[in-house]
Design a protein around this ligand. Structure first.
Ligand code: NCD
Length: 339
């Protein structure tokens, strides 16, 4: 079974169905001891990742690169337009053709919607979309849904039938777009959306969910949106993608904090965010005052990002779980302070 549907690129969450999603999550579970450094794996010995980030990134780039290194591969990387030949006017197609000659798989982030698919069309090796403008961010949605499955299972539930609030910049936030589409694979979800004026969810994304039988509710306040939900997913205002006046209009107070959750009588909810969380004053983002709540899952998401991205590479490169098993050994050295 090809977990990416047809082809070997990962460009959109729309490539998945329930069986392939479950298959990818099983693969993620299988490599989790390697991510936790309980075992060392060399299955990607000799393979090269080309990591191309033409937009800022901390966790996405480092977790993709760490995932590849933990499977025994090697990494070359370029960050920003300034340090690549795109600054000299090189096209996406030429860049893709050149760098695919140096790598076995490419991870690409670019500020323009559709640009990573254009990159893939000219590449001779698999391409993974690490975010194309306000378009999609499939690996983030995969790790988000994986985390939701784990957190809801730990509470004796599951994703099917659950109620999810998605808050913040739903217009420019690609993580929200990919998440709604990927979650739509599940059954009977109830989505509660809150976005400030000018940052509303595109109609096409909401229609995608309703078209698959889910109920969709739009709220005027965050308190209303988070009342009675099982999961709340907060997002950052994507200031870099909008005109200054719209950014200014959304620069006051918190999007979500403990007082709002208390008012909604939902202090135990699973709290998620793709990160980065904008910690500047009046950033209109998730407050750090929720960090001691029992449902805080934002760092579980970042940890899960590593194993989900390992599973993505194994799929892109056609590696079986048997090959992983045969190339995995116990590590002879001490890793964390717990050892
Ligand atoms: C997100 C992104 O780049 O879209 N970050 C990430 O990859 N975790 C979210 C954001 O920048 O707000």
């Amino acid at each position: 079974m090809n977990l990416f549907g047809q082809g070997r690129h990962l460009l959109s969450v729309l490539q998945f169905d329930r069986p392939t999603l479950a298959g990818l999550f099983q693969l993620a579970d299988a490599v989790s001891p390697i991510a936790r450094r309980e075992a060392v794996c060399t299955v990607l010995d000799g393979a090269m990742l080309g990591s191309l980030f033409f937009e800022p990134s901390t966790r996405t780039r480092l977790s993709f690169e760490s995932a590849f290194l933990r499977l025994g591969g090697e990494v070359t990387t370029t960050t920003g337009f300034t340090f690549s030949s795109m600054a000299k006017g090189e096209s996406i197609a030429d860049t893709a053709r050149v760098v695919s000659g140096y790598s076995d798989v490419l991870v690409v982030r670019h500020p323009d919607t559709g640009s990573v698919a254009e990159f893939a069309a000219a590449s001779t090796v698999p391409v993974v979309n690490a975010g194309d403008g306000a378009g999609e961010h499939p690996s983030q949605a995969l790790l988000d849904v994986y985390t939701m499955e784990k957190e809801l299972a730990a509470r004796g539930g599951g994703v099917d039938g659950c109620r999810i609030a998605i808050l913040g910049d739903l217009r420019f936030g690609r993580t929200a777009h990919s998440l709604v589409k990927l979650l739509s694979l599940y059954d009977s979800l109830s989505f509660s959306f809150f976005a400030p004026p000018g940052l509303e969810l595109p109609k096409s994304v909401a229609d995608y969910a309703t078209g698959r039988g889910h109920s969709v509710h739009f709220h005027d306040t965050v308190v209303e949106a988070v009342q009675g939900v099982d999961v709340v997913y907060a997002t950052r205002v994507q200031r870099e993608r909008m005109p200054e006046d719209l950014a200014q209009a959304n620069a006051a107070g918190d999007l979500l904090n403990k007082a709002i959750l208390a008012q909604a009588d939902n202090l135990d909810v699973v709290i998620m965010h793709p990160l980065p969380r904008d910690s500047r004053c009046d950033s209109f983002d998730l407050s750090t005052d929720v960090d001691d709540l029992p449902g805080l899952s934002i760092f579980k998401q970042t940890d899960n990002g590593l194993i989900v991205r390992m599973a993505i590479f194994l799929t892109a490169l056609g590696v079986s779980t048997e090959a992983v098993r045969l190339t995995t050994k116990q590590r002879p050295w001490r890793a964390t302070l717990r050892d």
